[in-house]
Design a binder for this molecule. Structure first.
Ligand code: SDX
Length: 371
């Protein structure tokens, strides 16, 4: 057996996928994310990731109709969302809710390709309802019923606030969801694939992926990235803060990536969009702080920002509570996770890597009196 391994599986190819690649910039099913974010909608991109092709008009209309019809959650789940202590992080509540939704899913035990596609559409429609409902219940507000005339990201903002979002906000929210939708074999997607490789079910795979995404080294970085800017506090403090943190060899959330060493194309795209929203919402100070930090991190460590660095600011400029940022990542990424689950099951072999043993050599058992 080999006596070496790659820590964190860095550089290890763990399987094949036809869903996306980061080898030539980031493409979903062959389409560049810059083109998709510029010209498409999240619902079109979710269809592309799930079915493999951009939808024709009739296919998109049918997809939207099914999502609208599924944008409700059982009253038992609403009651649970009401009773979970207010201090529980929304990521934990979303993990619980996703697992609970399986109990009300008629095809929960059917892991066929077709059933998993249908279950994916229902989860895609229900998770935004869960996140918006939990936030309103926590804030003592009445629930807002989904408006099925609105596309998914706009519907989320409607259910969260009870006000129709502006065209610009919808476009920016849509772009952020498109950029979050899918990303090859990242930690949470690999978790989902590994979970179902035992022939476990889709909801178990998605619940496991939510647990993995929560960590601040992964999806949790978007909430942590806003925490960085809140801690810096002002433009005047930015340079000293970042130099101090780098001197102490601490990591700055929102920077670095395992596969993008010259820059995350999603961060590059979102930076322009975020700056435009900052100008409209009077947040130039945050943009200046972010620019100072980016410049010094790049100059000192040649480490570029990842998607979470601009996305955290974008959601902040929309006035969204920080506790919802990683749940929004889940709402957007559930289609990518599900597509990988379906792909894994279409050509499955259980995942079971080996390890190098570093424990004690074989030794004899002794009765407790002789230890
Ligand atoms: C996502 O994989 C994906 O595709 C994930 C994702 C997706 O869409 O699914 O893209 C989403 O998770 C983006 C990443 C969000 N995470 C963060 O922003 C957390 C901060 N970043 C780091 O923890 C780190 O960069 C990782 C986790 C993203 C990558 O970890 P690696 O590849 O194991 O890199 P490393 O920790 O070995 O760091 C290599 C060097 C070290 O310096 P040296 O010890 O060699 O001198 O780079 C330094 C690190 O100290 N470094 C950082 C840094 N990230 C790496 N230094 C300061 N700040 C950072 N953020």
């Amino acid at each position: 057996m080999t006596e070496s391994y790659s820590p964190g599986l860095e550089g290890i190819v763990a399987g094949e996928t036809a869903i996306s690649t980061v080898e030539t910039g980031l493409t979903y099913r062959g389409y560049a994310i810059e083109e998709l974010a510029e010209h498409s909608t999240y619902e079109e991109v979710a269809y592309l990731v799930l079915y493999g092709e951009l939808p024709k008009a009739g296919e998109l209309a049918g997809f939207r109709q099914r999502l609208g019809a599924a944008a409700v959650v059982p009253p038992e789940l609403i009651e649970t969302l009401r009773r979970i202590p207010a201090a529980a992080p929304t990521m934990d509540v979303l993990r619980t809710a996703t697992s609970m939704l399986a109990h009300f899913e008629p095809e929960a035990a059917d892991s066929s390709h077709a059933a998993n596609v249908r279950k994916t559409e229902r989860l895609l429609a229900k998770l935004p309802v869960v996140v918006a409902a939990r936030q309103r219940l926590k804030s003592g507000q009445e629930l807002v019923i989904a408006d099925t005339s609105l596309a998914l990201p706009a519907n989320f903002l409607w259910m969260l606030r009870g006000q129709k979002p502006s065209e610009k906000q919808v476009k920016a929210m849509d772009a952020s969801f498109i950029l979050y939708a899918e990303h090859e074999f990242n930690a949470s997607t690999f978790t989902a694939r590994c979970t179902v490789s035992t022939l476990s079910d889709l909801h178990s795979g998605i619940t496991a992926a939510i647990g993995a995404l929560k960590g601040p080294l992964h999806g949790g970085a978007n909430e942590a990235a806003l925490g960085v800017l809140e801690e810096v506090g002002s433009v005047e403090r930015a340079e000293a803060w970042v130099r101090n943190v780098l001197a102490k060899k601490q990591k700055i959330m929102g920077f670095g990536h395992r596969v993008y060493k010259d820059g995350d194309p999603r961060a590059v795209y979102l930076k322009r969009l975020t700056a435009a929203v900052a100008a409209e919402t009077g947040h130039q100070d945050f943009e200046t702080m972010a620019e100072i930090i980016e410049t010094i991190v790049w100059t000192q460590k040649r480490i570029p920002p990842n998607v979470d660095w601009p996305c955290a600011r974008l959601y902040h400029y929309f006035g969204l509570p920080k506790d919802l940022y990683t749940p929004l990542f889940v709402v957007a990424r559930v289609v990518g996770w599900s597509a990988h689950i379906i792909e894994q099951l279409d050509n499955n072999r259980i995942m079971r890597p080996r390890s190098i043993y570093t424990g004690p050599a074989v030794r004899k058992w002794k009765p407790v009196g002789n230890r």
